[in-house]
Design a protein around this ligand. Sequence first.
Ligand SMILES: CC(C)(COP(=O)(O)OP(=O)(O)OC[C@H]1O[C@@H](n2cnc3c(N)ncnc32)[C@H](O)[C@@H]1OP(=O)(O)O)[C@@H](O)C(=O)NCCC(=O)NCCS
Length: 142
Amino acid sequence: MQIKEIPPEDTWQLRRDVMWPGQSINYVQLPEDENGQHFGLYLSGELVSVVSLFVEGERAQFRKFATLPQHQGKGYGSKLLQHLIEQARAQGITQLWCNARQEKAAFYKRFGLQETNHTFMKGGKEYVVMEGSIPMAVATGS
Ligand SMILES: CC(C)(COP(=O)(O)OP(=O)(O)OC[C@H]1O[C@@H](n2cnc3c(N)ncnc32)[C@H](O)[C@@H]1OP(=O)(O)O)[C@@H](O)C(=O)NCCC(=O)NCCS
């Protein structure tokens, strides 16, 4: 297993296939991609999980977190998110936030992110804004 920084275009197909399979590649390309940091987790040379970090001063947002379905639930996403948090910390980021799909809120809570009261709908899915301070207060128990 290898985690490394990758160019934005390497994330696009995986983003689309996993997150928005019915949409075109354009739908998952972000205007901000060029200025983002993109991380990929590889298994035997195959890209299986991606996540992108966008720095805004001492705050940063992560977006477009996706693992290939056949590799989900094996801990790869957690390793990649932990790597992103370490990278953010090394850059002096003190606040991390994301627009979380509602069904993923419990997952992010384990990394120290908390739900805010800001929720919204996009593409028929419910989202909640989650945020946390770095270093993260990792949740214990479930
Ligand atoms: C969110 C996402 C990126 C997580 O990636 P992942 O590689 O599946 O992440 P992990 O395997 O580390 O964790 C996923 C679940 O498996 C569990 N898990 C982790 N390691 C495990 C292991 N070795 N054995 C069994 N389960 C494990 C985790 O506790 C977690 O449980 P939860 O979903 O009940 O919280 C992935 O589910 C995904 O791509 N989903 C579709 C797109 C999406 O929703 N993106 C996020 C938008 S906010």
